[in-house]
Design a protein around this ligand. Structure first.
Ligand SMILES: *Cc1c(COP(=O)(O)O)cnc(C)c1O
Length: 361
């Protein structure tokens, strides 16, 4: 590896990734579990994640074709489901050439499909809107789309829908969505797909021919279910180091805008990570960081390249000490709570400035 003076890094634990995949896939033994690696594998590095899972999964999923082409260029040969489907007529030609599975969700895409010559006979995913109201045909419109397919195209049909509330274990909306899509799949006796991570974990009745596993693959809980049936291991550990230590007196402030004042004589550690690295600027004072097996609270505003932490209560803090911002010892969900966001956003926003270091043990 090239020389690095700054020790800020994201450690990506590939063996945890593979364990998580197996644990979750085993919850749905009747289903094929697609690994969702859109948005650079939720910030973990799509090429490396795809290579690591290549022998274990039936297919990958990304949001749009450009993301899939990056994977093909890197030598990934498994089918890739394109969750937003074609965004141009040309995407059908690319899909055929590269074995991408297109998800069709609007009438413009259907008109493109009908223009393809010779007739398009690859796998066709049709998205049905069962209540998310974001993408997809209403069940009625979907019937017309399906009826208009050729018999060869019907053979390759997979109906799909996406849950809006599967993370809430007591919300009845999910069952409504399941019932709606299952009725349609039965009518056409075709394959179908419903579950995201929360569906796989919370709603076994949603398991179908294909499930689409995203966030839980990366070892973070997608649900409000505290009694997880499996143990997930965080794949990303975001680390930095202490680059300064200082004493501040009672009443002195720390950082931009003097938003934090010492309520006692305090010791402040400055850590080499900031919002330009993807550490959220709206992290509130008190957001935990993990240093030398102890938790310490953020003090003052997040800067571009640094944060400041109150280590007054911690023993033996020294320059160069490793700090975990989230990962195996400090769940990213906890940090997300303190920053008014969700685990998904924190993971996907780690910036390109942070080197990724892959380990597999
Ligand atoms: C992102 C995405 C998923 C994966 O969702 P998770 O909650 O991360 O498991 C599944 N299906 C669709 C359509 C998606 O966009």
């Amino acid at each position: 590896m090239s020389y690095r003076s700054r020790k800020t890094q994201a450690i990506i634990n590939l063996s945890a990734l593979k364990n998580n995949y197996n644990e979750i896939a085993n919850l749905a033994p009747i289903s094929k579990t697609i690994a969702v690696i859109k948005a650079n594998a939720y910030g973990h590095g799509a090429i490396e994640i795809a290579k690591s899972l290549h022998c274990m999964v039936p297919a990958f999923a990304v949001a749009f074709i450009d993301e899939a082409i990056v994977l093909r260029t890197a030598g990934i040969t498994l089918p890739i489901l394109i969750l937003e489907g074609p965004l141009e007529q040309e995407d059908f030609a690319l899909a055929k050439r590269h074995n991408f599975w297109l998800m069709l969700h609007n009438t413009e895409q259907i008109s493109w499909l009908n223009k393809v010559q010779p007739i398009y006979k690859e796998k066709l995913w049709i998205k049905v809107d069962t209540g998310m109201n974001r993408l997809g045909f209403t069940p009625e419109a979907a019937k017309k789309v399906i009826n208009d397919l050729t018999s060869e195209q019907k053979e390759e049909l997979i109906l799909c829908s996406h849950f809006s509330n599967a993370n809430e274990i007591n919300n009845p909306k999910t069952q409504v969505q399941i019932t709606c899509l299952k009725a349609l799949a039965e009518k056409y006796s075709c394959q179908f797909s419903l579950a995201n991570s929360a569906g796989i974990i919370n709603w076994p009745q949603s398991h179908a021919d294909f499930n689409r596993l995203g966030i839980a693959l990366y070892g973070t809980n997608p649900t409000t279910n505290k009694n997880m049936p499996i143990k997930l291991t965080p794949v990303m550990t975001l680390q930095s180091t202490v680059i300064a230590l200082r004493k501040v007196k009672l009443g002195e402030s720390v950082g931009y805008g003097e938003t934090w004042q010492a309520k006692r004589a305090s010791v402040i550690a400055t850590i080499a990570i900031g919002y330009a690295d993807g550490y959220p600027r709206n992290a509130q004072a008190g957001t935990p960081v993990f240093i030398n097996n102890q938790l310490a609270p953020l003090a003052g505003q997040v800067s571009m390249d640094m944060i400041t932490v109150d280590v007054t209560n911690l023993a033996n803090i020294a320059l160069g000490d490793v700090v975990e911002l989230w990962g195996e010892n400090l769940n990213v969900e906890v940090v997300a709570k303190h920053t008014n966001t969700i685990n998904y956003e924190l993971l996907t926003r780690v910036s390109a400035r942070v080197p990724k270091v892959y380990i597999d043990r």
